[in-house]
Ligand binder design. Structure first.
Ligand code: NCD
Ligand code: ZN
Length: 335
């Protein structure tokens, strides 16, 4: 039987939520990943030292039997330097959302005024705190990410020492930015390596494939594959696994978010094998992230095997991508 082993897989963009949802989904990520960058967009966003420390404790309490490192993030506001110094040891990054652009982002940035942001961004550069960005404007939905490129250019050129991570990129325009600015990096989800807009609304409307940013055109998918499959050193896997209860997805006014965490590694093996790139998967799911973020996760060895695996219809209240469908890779062992 064909197998493939991954060491210390990392998920560099993960939504774990809180309360019962956290208790349901955190063990699923902790099973197969060594750690994850945990998004701060709770209903009341993570924005103080107390919020960070208490949320981390709740996460750890939800995964009692597994080793799993939650790399904590703070919700971006124009914080002053003294505050950033006081939280620097407790966070791995700060996550910036344009106001109102996605789930629980109402308190985000409403105008990209470099002057107003400069104390925070200068301090982050000095303290070596990376800035993770949800890069979408409020324009036409298919153009939102491409339109945001000028803001990435402004941020990257104004703060050349700041590591800026273009989160969950979905377009060829974002791929092109990687080689243009030394301090721009990116995460890519597994669903954006599989879906185009056709898989969301081209036939029947598929709520479980709907997320922000929305899946784009075939040429965008090709551009994402071109950097992911060769594990371009500036790209990392970040699932953006975003659980919403089934009734919030299968409803009028479907919440944005695709749930992939428990099947992400299996799907990645399938994609990388299909394109004869399995040898590059280790760099994409861990090594690049370790170098970019300078993190050293605890040892974890995940062996996958090539056999038919039917994706469950649901994980508690959450329906995953491709529910009920057969894929070609399954997790064999985790040590
Ligand atoms: C995320 C969520 O549900 O929190 N949704 C999504 O579609 N990706 C928020 C986000 O990352 O945009
Ligand atoms: Zn996200």
């Amino acid at each position: 039987m064909q197998t493939h082993t991954l060491l210390m897989p990392l998920d560099m963009h993960l939504h774990l939520r809180d309360g019962v949802m956290l208790e349901n989904v955190a063990p699923l990520s902790a099973y197969s990943f060594s750690g994850a960058i945990v998004m701060p967009n709770l209903v009341s966003p993570v924005s103080s030292l107390k919020d960070i420390q208490e949320y981390k404790q709740r996460i750890m309490a939800s995964v009692p039997n597994d080793y799993f490192e939650p790399y904590m993030t703070l919700f971006y506001k124009n914080y002053d330097k003294a505050f950033l110094e006081s939280v620097a040891d407790d966070i791995t990054a700060i996550k910036l959302y344009p106001a109102g652009i996605t789930t629980n982002s109402e308190g985000g940035v409403s105008s990209f005024n470099i002057k107003e942001m400069s104390e925070t961004l200068e301090a982050m550069s000095e303290l070596e705190i990376p800035l993770c960005v949800h890069g979408e404007t409020d324009g036409f939905v298919m153009d939102r990410e491409a339109e945001f490129m000028s803001i990435y250019e402004l941020l990257a050129s104004s703060f050349p020492k700041l590591k800026i991570i273009m989160e969950h990129i979905t377009t060829k325009e974002a791929v092109e930015m990687l080689d243009k600015y030394e301090n721009l990096y990116a995460t890519i989800t597994v669903h954006h390596l599989l879906l185009t807009l056709d898989d969301v609304v081209g036939g029947m409307m598929m709520p479980h494939n709907f997320c922000k940013p929305i899946a784009k055109r075939p040429e965008d998918l090709d551009a994402l594959l071109s950097v992911a499959l060769k594990a371009h050193p500036k790209v990392m896997f970040g699932s953006d696994s975003a659980p919403h209860p089934q009734n919030k997805k299968e409803s009028c006014g479907c919440a944005a978010g695709v749930f992939t965490a428990p099947i992400a590694l299996q799907l990645l093996c399938e994609i990388f094998e299909q394109y004869e790139s399995l040898d590059n998967l280790q760099a994409f799911v861990s090594d690049n992230a370790q170098s970019i973020y300078g993190i050293c996760p605890e040892f974890k060895e995940v062996t996958l095997e090539k056999r038919t695996f039917v994706i469950p219809q649901n994980y508690s209240s959450v329906v995953p991508i491709y529910a009920g469908q057969a894929i070609n890779w399954a997790i064999q062992t985790v040590d």
